[in-house]
Design a protein. Structure first.
Length: 489
């Protein structure tokens, strides 16, 4: 569909939508049939033609809105966002236009919280600050990210984000979604149904749980997520080292992770990323390793790790169980986040963007992300960071890298490109383009993509036939194109 669209049919549908959700929850052009003025985003990605914004407040309102659009396949598709704070990857922007954006932040109910069974049912407007706050002082904790506490749990899970404890796909056990014809379906495990008392996300037979992650096939209205048992004790071991020991240090840390001596995601900040996010100056690379358990086992593990770290001679600094320095925002965020708290996350956001969550897209410092997966080896880590050095030389943009070791085999390499929006936009976007190209040439594929690199979803498919099958399923579910195309499909 072209970026422009005929206004007559859309006006008629929007008139009906105003009666469904209320006129104050629909934003449409003041005059004419053109798109709304672009709002901009912190990454400087091109604005797509957005012809209206709808903010429903209930699942039934979403159903009714979708049915109105499903009856008019010639109209722009619906592009759903939760809070729209997908910073660095496009924020609220769709992969293509024209669209009508559906913002789901008014659906902000924590429907159910069961500490004994270890799950919560959340709507798209529930933020990680809200749920982590509800869990403070309880026997359970949330797998939080290092991003703002004002980001959506559902939105990040649907894009397969990564928390401090594990990839958030592992948190997901059930989804509620509205299909393009208005039907509501629940996939995975849901409490109080025939799915049983014990959490079983896959059920019996083919699993539909991830049909709606990284997917434009429905509008997700709720998720059942796992909550983590809160350990009795936790310590963070911090290790600093220099660039010339990178390969050896990563291999040593890999041994500890492979032997289950550490819990959660191992995080290693390079000097550039540490500076961006507000880390302490002068320590080179900084690794954070979480150990937890009972008080005695956590203390024993921390003691064993520090002893081995001292013996190997790779690290210039070793601490365990110490409170971070007052000005070390990175260490404060990581330590709290391992414990399921986002108490310091806004400080990190302010360090990176220069502003608060509600102003990032309007006035924040430029911010782009590239998110590949690489093998958890010293050689691959060195090779990946060497690519970033090449990008720096080619563009003048200094990428920052954070190693997130998800398990004993895979690293989520978070590459950030901070830039001045007034003067460095073209260079930063050139740097991002080079990252996609050069990492692919090295065999490293992204696991999330931004709104301007949707074509890469097809390039990384293991088998073209799988893409054909996915498109065939999409055609069955959404024959009228009621939901707008997404970044991945």
């Amino acid at each position: 569909m072209p970026e422009t669209t005929s206004g007559t049919g859309l006006d008629t549908v929007l008139d009906a939508v105003e009666k469904i959700v209320g006129i104050r929850h629909v934003t449409r052009p003041e005059t004419g049939t053109g798109p709304l003025p672009p709002t901009g985003n912190v990454s400087g990605f091109g604005a797509r033609a957005t012809h209206a914004v709808i903010r429903p407040g209930t699942v039934n309102e979403i159903r009714a809105v979708i049915q109105e659009f499903d009856r008019r396949p010639e109209l722009p598709g619906l592009h759903a966002v939760s809070t729209g704070r997908n910073w660095g990857l496009g924020s609220k922007e769709p992969a293509a236009g024209p669209v009508v954006r559906m913002e789901l932040d008014r659906l902000d109910t924590l429907r159910e919280l069961d500490l004994d069974a270890g799950y919560a049912i959340v709507e798209p407007g529930v933020t990680q600050a809200v749920l982590s706050g509800q869990l403070a002082g309880t026997t359970r904790m949330l797998n939080v990210t290092a991003s703002s506490g004002h980001t959506s749990l559902v939105g990040n899970i649907l894009d397969r984000g990564v928390g401090l404890r594990r990839q958030r796909t592992e948190d997901l056990v059930g989804l509620e979604a509205v299909l393009p014809d208005g039907r509501v379906v629940r996939t995975g495990w849901w409490p109080g149904t025939g799915a049983g008392k014990a959490v079983n996300p896959y059920g019996l037979g083919p699993s539909l749980l991830h049909l709606f992650t990284q997917s434009p096939l429905a509008v997700v209205t709720a998720a059942v997520i796992r909550l983590i048992p809160r350990p009795q004790a936790q310590q963070v071991v911090r290790l600093t080292f220099e660039r010339d020991r990178l390969a050896e240090a990563v291999e040593q840390i890999h041994q500890w992770r492979a032997g289950n001596a550490v819990s959660g995601v191992v995080k290693i900040y390079d000097t550039a990323s540490s500076a961006t996010y507000g880390g302490e100056d002068g320590h080179g690379y900084l690794a954070h390793l979480c150990v937890d358990g009972t008080r005695s086992t956590a203390a024993a593990l921390a003691g064993a790790l520090t002893a081995e770290a001292e013996a190997c001679g790779l690290f210039t600094g070793i601490t365990a169980g110490q409170e971070p320095a007052a000005d070390d925002i990175v260490s404060k965020v990581v330590q709290a986040a391992y414990a399921g708290s986002v108490a310091h996350n806004e400080d990190m956001l302010a360090s990176a963007t220069g502003t608060s969550a509600d102003r990032v897209d309007a006035e924040g410092n430029g911010w782009l992300f590239f998110l590949p997966l690489i093998p958890f080896t010293g050689a691959d880590t060195v090779r990946a960071l060497a690519i970033l050095d090449r990008i720096h030389l080619a563009t003048g943009i200094r990428p920052g890298a954070t190693v997130n070791a998800l398990d004993a085999d895979v690293i989520d390499l978070v590459v950030s490109f901070p830039f001045d929006r007034a003067t460095q936009g073209p260079a930063a976007h050139q740097a991002l383009d080079l990252a996609y190209t050069w990492f692919a040439e090295a065999g490293y594929a992204p696991y999330r993509i931004d709104s301007e690199h949707a074509s890469w979803a097809g390039r990384t498919a293991a088998d073209p036939a799988a893409g054909e099958l996915t498109r065939a399923i999409a055609a069955l579910i959404d024959p009228n194109g009621t939901i707008a195309p997404g970044r991945y499909l």
